[in-house]
Design a protein around this ligand. Sequence first.
Ligand SMILES: N[C@@H](CCC(=O)N[C@@H](CS)C(=O)NCC(=O)O)C(=O)O
Length: 209
Amino acid sequence: MRAARQAGKKQMGVATMRIYGDSISGNCLKVKWTADHLGIPYEWIETDILKGESRTPEHLSLNPAGQVPAVVLDDGRALAQSNAIILYLAEGSALIPSDPFQRAKMLEWLFWEQYSHEPYVAVARFHMRYLGKAATDLDPRVVERGNAALARLDAATAGGEFLVPAGLSLADVALVAYTRVAEEGSFDLGRYPNVRRWIARCEAGLGIN
Ligand SMILES: N[C@@H](CCC(=O)N[C@@H](CS)C(=O)NCC(=O)O)C(=O)O
């Protein structure tokens, strides 16, 4: 594991949360963006998944699934799964709507992201960006399902500013992570103009580029 590098607002002498992440993984960036947006201090531990750094005994003791992101909270407790982590970090903030129905709609998007978007949009990108595959070697079903997910997002972002009417929420954080880099997985965002505009709004809202 590479030397830890400080990010966010680490306070000297005070235990800060540690984020174990791969800085080109959308799942990991969700956690970074949420912490940055909310001003939560953390130390970023760069973890190279291709070198097996998420499968070491040390990492498996934090996340038995052998994946990043994983965090160790300032009190020493470990937590994994990107969407579980951002839900924990954003508790009580405007990133989680206070209205129960809107909060449930946000969760609807988070569950959909993990089952119907990330397995296609992120996986196609993984094969190309991490493994160096050509677009022509991607599984056509993955590409088809990824485009279906992007088409659904395009319809959902046609009218509203963000995915949930209350405003920028974890639904946007989770879904923009891989959508904004979908072209690295061969998806043509030119086919989804509403998505492109929504990405720009999310990036402005989160202060990322
Ligand atoms: N559902 C998990 C997925 C995590 C995941 O797929 N992590 C990948 C990087 S994006 C990973 O650690 N892969 C390494 C491995 O499985 O060995 C989440 O949202 O955190």
